[in-house]
Ligand binder design. Structure first.
Ligand code: TYD
Ligand code: MG
Length: 451
């Protein structure tokens, strides 16, 4: 950048900085996304302050107390956070509009404000609106502080004065700093606002929750930089028309990113779903062809789900295929395997595959379930009601082993399944499991013969 130049062009999608306007962002290839914004001088006060503090420490001299965690009162959220909130951490909660981010955060404020100082800062709703929502959710402790403000300098002053333990910022796209001359929600505003919040969190040991809006493409709007700056990134997702919601950790400095939390949106707020399998299998049709129960691992937790397939003859030249909740290309591949390795003529059939309940699952262990659902629908023969199956299908029609077999079987047993069809190679070491009959299969053909 030329010396003395105080503006630059920022890609509104990914935060890429260029000195001149470009039609297409070289980093993320988005068209027409460059907007001129003032650059921020690094000679700010914060920079100076940091320089005074800079001195290296010896690793051996760093004392760690037993890391304390704060429980939110929602076990599912604590699980995703890696066992509660780490004091002084910055947590970004992203998700589509109306998915329930504000509800989730207000709800945890209820438990957290009991014995701690919590401030909920909203730039989107008035105090009355927040109160109305709170009334829907139930009884709140007296001490919860509410603030409607979008100016970060003002927010900083309030936090300085009140010294809360936990702060919620709803949402980062509505916040602005006066010393940054672009509009709220722009890349520089979002970045600078997050930097201020990070300073508050780390400097004062306050845990800060930040709500971030999500773009059409499903990433937190504003720069990717935002995700790099915070300690934990959670995505709240789900079908707006289905009641359940899934909270997923995309990044977590204090825990695993594999865990998910499952919630149900009810009349009076979010309710934890302690047993997602039962929830997902709710409403499974009895004795219908094309319906198979399979098991997917989400982190350390097995979830049973129903795969549905509908195969019917194509009326017009091109067969139609759709996959809802799973990978379309994977379904096409499995159909090709069925055609070539098991002799099914599916090339003149339409096929629709659906993961019931609107879940999105891509684990390879679903392969066997998808294949069997397709075959069951094609032959119009229902599978046994009390059987579940899982396994990865290879290109030569072989059934390959999957991880955590035992947990999956235990989950099936817990829900009353009597029979489990699984990869033959995974059978070793499972002799100790009783109460459910285990059938190992080595190829797609073998599995189909069991039908
Ligand atoms: P909200 O938390 O405002 O979403 P976000 O902050 O992510 O935009 O959620 C709003 C939706 O949740 C809205 O469609 C109404 C619904 N809702 C309930 O079903 N029950 C409730 O108790 C509450 C508070 C909201
Ligand atoms: Mg909201």
């Amino acid at each position: 950048m030329a010396k003395g130049k105080t503006t630059a062009f920022f890609c509104q999608e990914c935060g890429y900085e260029a000195s001149k306007w470009l039609g297409q962002c070289p980093a993320c290839k988005a068209w027409n996304s460059m907007v001129e914004e003032p650059t921020v001088s690094l000679k700010s006060e914060a920079g100076k302050r940091q320089r005074e503090l800079t001195a290296p420490s010896r690793l051996s001299e760093i004392a760690i107390e037993q890391e304390e965690r704060v429980y939110t009162g929602l076990g599912e959220l604590d699980r995703v956070l890696g066992g509660g909130i780490v004091p002084g951490s910055l947590i970004l909660v992203g998700g589509d509009p109306g998915i329930g981010k504000s509800t989730l955060l207000l709800q945890i404020c209820r438990t957290l404000a009991d014995g701690r100082k919590v401030i909920y800062i909203s730039g989107e709703e008035s105090l009355k609106q927040i109160k109305l929502r709170a009334d829907r959710l139930g009884k709140f402790p007296e001490g919860l502080l509410l603030l409607c403000e979008t100016n970060l300098e003002a927010i900083e002053a309030v936090i300085e004065k009140e010294k809360p333990d936990i702060a919620v910022i709803d949402s980062i796209q509505t916040m602005y700093r006066e010393d940054v001359a672009s509009a709220p929600g722009s890349v520089s505003q979002v970045r600078e606002s997050t930097t201020s919040l990070m300073r508050i969190a780390k400097g004062k040991g306050i845990s800060v929750f930040i709500v971030g809006h999500v773009t059409k493409e499903g990433v937190v709007a504003g720069p990717r930089v935002l995700e790099h700056m915070v300690d934990t990134v959670l995505y709240f997702e789900g079908d707006r028309y289905a009641a359940y919601r899934i909270l997923r950790a995309v990044k977590n400095r204090f825990g695993s990113t594999n865990e998910i939390g499952v919630f149900e949106m009810r009349e009076n707020g979010l309710v934890e779903v302690k047993n997602p399998s039962e929830y997902m299998l709710n409403g499974k049709p009895q004795g219908a062809s094309g319906s198979v129960v399979t098991c997917s691992m989400e982190g350390s937790r097995p979830i049973l789900l129903e795969v549905q397939a509908l195969v019917c003859r194509t009326n017009f030249g091109m067969p139609r295929r759709t996959a809802a909740g799973t990978d379309y290309n994977r379904v096409n591949l499995l159909m090709a395997v069925l055609e070539k390795r098991a002799g099914f003529h599916l090339s003149d059939c339409d096929a629709y595959v659906n993961i019931a309940g609107g879940m999105k699952m891509n684990e390879p262990s679903l392969d066997l379930g998808i294949v069997m659902a397709l075959v069951s629908s094609y032959q119009d023969r229902a599978l046994e009601e009390d059987a579940i199956m899982f396994g990865e299908v290879g290109l030569s029609g072989e059934i390959r082993g999957v991880s955590m077999t035992e947990q999956r079987i235990q989950e099936a047993k817990k829900l009353g399944f009597k029979k489990c069809i699984l990869p033959k190679v995974s059978l070793d070491g499972l002799a100790g499991i009783g109460g459910i009959s285990l059938i190992g299969v080595a190829s797609v053909k073998e599995a189909i013969a069991l039908l």
